[in-house]
Ligand binder design. Sequence first.
Ligand code: PLP
Length: 433
Amino acid sequence: MSDGFGTIQVQGGTPHGGAQNTVAVPIYQTTAYEFDSLQDAADIFALRRTGNLYSRSSNPTQIVFEERVAALEGGVAAVAVASGQAAVAIALLALAKGGEHIVAARQLYGGTVDLLQDTFADWGIAVTFVDQDDPDAWRDAVRPETRALFAESVTNPTARVLDVQQVADIAHAAGVPLVIDNTVATPVLQRPGAHGADIVVHSATKYIGGHGTSMGGVIVDIGSFDFGAEPQRWPQLTEPYRRIGDITLWERFGPTGTALSTLIRTKYIHDLGPSLSPFNSFQLLQGLETLDLRIAKHAANALVVAEALAAHPAVAVVHHPGLAGNAWAENARRYLPRGVPAVFAFDLVSTGDAEADRTRVHAVVDALRVIKLVANIGDARSLVAHPASMTHSHLTALQCAEAGITPTTIRLSIGLEDAGDLIADLVQALDAI
Ligand code: PLP
């Protein structure tokens, strides 16, 4: 009998009580590990057997976190890294190299757009951005050198709900995996792997940690993508792994579902070094233990705040797919049956004058007292941000418009406070303009 979500979030992962039989997972604050013998060291380095090697690659506290997130997402393996940004970068680098290509949604978090359009371009990895709701655009963008499709299951900041299965079908028809950033939804509200996604990434900095204290990221291999079906496309997995010599990762680790995670750990994390610290692993494990409880309150709070905002005359539109009339309400019913995430946005009524609109946005944001002005989401505290001048400020006006962000769009990440206090805070700020 398999354990339920609540049991996994508290107990999942190999017990690591160690010599002191601690019930909590210890913080293994060590950089390295003593080998039994030189032969033991050589075997671990050559991937002939698993074992602790060096904490740049992994740490026992981190391993429990990885196993737990993999189980919560219904995946076969996970690799944790230092931030969500590292998770996105490394997941995609493991699939596409210079000269290859990725198709990505236009509606991504601004930092991800920066990564894909600037840094990946510097490295010769081409990215085509498409409207995530347009299946023909996804299909048309695919080229022979495409190696992944990438989108967020629920977008930050305008809460568009992706038709994951539709995009997964397009990816699979093109012979490539679908990578989904599930940061905003979390596996409590959606498991993208159940809808065809092959790899799931998270900024664990957000809801997984949940308290605004610790950076982290995680890449989950759902285990659904067959890299052996067209081996010439995936030489990193199907040709001899030069640094080890006598193995191909797909042959050796494919049967246990750990080929991709082994590549990520032993190449990208080993070479680039974005390691998750043992202390942050512990903090993120602590966060996981209450994930479903917190997400239920986040979602319930967010819905009543969204309803209150929709009724305010200073608000033009509330981008919350739990509200009737939202263009993504139908997708939300299908993909988010347990609730809509607490990251969403609203637009102020525009005066028609850009400078006057700017003044009004500043007045509302600066008047908030309970809701904090912070460049983050997924905290226990409620947070506000202005995407056009913060998270998405590196994008052009056209890119913002295509992502549904206007100069008066204000993002909220609704926390765990009393909903009445949050509504009162927003109403007093809106009443004043
Ligand atoms: N993905 C999404 C959807 C995000 O909102 C963020 C950060 O806001 C990231 C990835 C990057 O995560 P991190 O800030 O942990 O690097």
